[in-house]
Design a protein around this ligand. Structure first.
Ligand code: NDP
Length: 239
């Protein structure tokens, strides 16, 4: 049975991925930070393992690695770095603390998780890492400059690490979702959401299941010759 670690699995896209991988028979260890109840309910429903790990914390990642070793006897086939938060506002109004925090969750978090699990994959000469970027990391979004910069950093990380880890048979890719219907869209009005649907050639918002299906493909053996790629899952919003 393959093993996977998914960060930020308690809600939204992460929860969609936890459900799909578990349903497909993978052993899943997922992290959460605040949503303990939802994490527990998801673990009960899917048989996945929930573990509290703040994406920003080095210590928490050391504990997460120990938990993965305990559950999976050291072998982690895939890692998905998905934990994330959003920030909307003019760049000049953003505080240094908010900038640092956003980068800590998205970029430092991806680094800490990768550094924890990559050595095991390299020694097994097998593994797949997937970052959840965003279409805004590809083209930039007004009033989401810091968020776009974080997501662009993950695309850069994907490309560089794919070159570095490829000779060790570890693949590294990222997904660039479009507008996906999760709590992250809470701040949008119904009019905003309709406008976003209208801008999407396929005429709807994406779902966590849309992203999970692409993640499942990229982490699995059917994608054995795919590395260093940023795959848009955006209904055609960005082409
Ligand atoms: P949600 O707000 O629905 O879920 C966010 C998840 O990330 C939760 O499980 C949350 O856990 C976790 N999380 C947040 N901060 C931390 C932290 N410091 N440490 C650990 N976990 C944390 O968002 P989405 O599901 O929509 O987003 C998931 C990823 O997809 C993010 O990286 C986001 O940027 C990206 N994305 C989303 C898009 C969208 O339109 N929704 C589009 C493109 C990319 P908890 O609640 O337990 O704290």
């Amino acid at each position: 049975m393959p093993n996977i670690v998914i960060t930020g699995g308690s809600r939204g896209i992460g929860a969609g991925m936890v459900r799909l991988f578990a349903f497909q028979g993978w052993q899943v260890l997922f992290t959460y930070r605040e949503s303990a109840e939802r994490a527990r309910a998801l673990a009960d429903a899917t048989g996945a393992h929930a573990f509290r790990c703040d994406a920003r914390s080095e210590q928490d990642h050391a504990a997460l690695l120990q938990e993965a070793k305990r559950l999976f006897r050291g072998r982690v086939d895939a890692l998905i770095c998905n934990a994330g938060t959003s920030y909307t506002g003019l760049l000049q109004d953003m505080t240094t603390e908010a900038w640092d925090d956003l980068f800590a969750v998205h970029v430092r978090g991806a680094f800490l998780a990768t550094r924890a699990f990559l050595p095991g994959m390299i020694s097994e000469r097998h593994g797949s890492i997937l970052y959840i970027s965003s279409m805004w990391g590809q083209v930039g979004a007004s009033c989401e400059a810091a968020y776009s910069a974080c997501k662009a950093a993950l695309i850069g990380l994907t490309k560089a690490l794919a070159k570095e880890a490829g000779p060790s048979h570890v693949r590294v890719n990222c997904l660039c979702p479009g507008v996906i219907d999760t709590d992250m869209l809470k701040e949008y009005s119904a009019d905003d959401l309709n406008a976003l649907k209208d801008e999407t050639p396929l005429g709807r918002l994406g779902t966590p299941e849309d992203i999970a299906a692409a993640a499942y493909f990229l982490c699995g053996e059917n994608a054995a010759f795919i590395t260093g790629q940023a795959l848009g899952v955006n209904g055609g919003f960005v082409i």
